[in-house]
Design a protein around this ligand. Structure first.
Ligand code: CA
Length: 225
């Protein structure tokens, strides 16, 4: 899998490159917007990691240009904390996801896995965690010989939890990815659907549990086989 990293902070760009190479991704690095755009137009990538504040051409202009040219490569925007408006503009411009600096290695890799999966590259691989498998086609959780069908929102939430394999998914992540990025009124719904999912896991006698990480979000716990 080939990834383009467009980031002008050389140290950060190299660090991201090293992390990705360690995970067996092939990486190209561009240190300004124009060079990044040129790479994206001439080479084929599975994912582009794109900083917003870039010399020569900013990340949002690069992204807009790519989408106008019908290049639908998944784009993960990198933003500084102060650039809230840019995040929203970025999603409107056709970004698939964004990550606020500073971010952890685990978070970066989870976002890339989620984005490339959405693109369909590994769509046939049903995610597994502990003793459960999520059947992506049937929209159900399988545990041993038992299975249970999930509602649409339950399925999307379970997929997000499983794609983060034991790491915390924040309430904000759920709301932004499932209901839409600017909808604060959905926070209670996250709790409601989590309780539905917990009941279904119990019904299946699964050893997987959805743990609450106080005021942050949720993560999966379970014995691996
Ligand atoms: Ca920058």
């Amino acid at each position: 899998m080939k990834i383009l990293v467009v980031e002008d902070e050389i140290g950060l760009a190299d660090a991201i490159g090293a992390i990705l190479q360690k995970e067996k991704y092939t990486v190209d690095i561009a240190n300004d917007g124009k060079a990044g755009l040129e790479n994206a137009l001439t080479d084929e990538y599975d994912c582009i990691i794109l900083d917003i504040m870039l010399p020569k051409m900013n990340g949002l202009d690069v992204l807009t240009y790519l989408r106008v040219k019908d290049i639908e490569t998944p784009v993960l925007l990198l933003t500084a904390k102060s650039e809230i408006d840019d995040k929203i503009r970025g999603l409107d411009c056709g970004a698939d996801d964004y990550l606020t600096k500073p971010f952890s290695t685990g978070e970066l890799l989870a976002r890339i896995r989620a984005m490339t999966r959405r693109k369909g590259i590994t769509v046939d691989i049903n995610p597994k965690f502990g003793d459960i498998t999520l059947d992506l086609k049937k929209g159900e959780i399988i545990c041993g010989t038992n299975s249970i069908v999930l509602g649409r929102k339950e399925f999307q939430m379970m997929e997000l939890l499983m794609s983060n394999s034991g790491q915390i998914v924040t309430k904000e992540d759920f709301v932004r990815k499932i209901w839409g990025y600017d909808d604060d009124s959905e926070y209670n719904n996250v709790e409601v659907y989590i309780s539905f999912l917990r009941k279904k896991l119990q019904t299946l006698h699964s050893n997987v549990q959805i743990k609450t990480r106080r005021s942050i979000g949720y993560c999966l716990e379970g014995e691996k086989f």
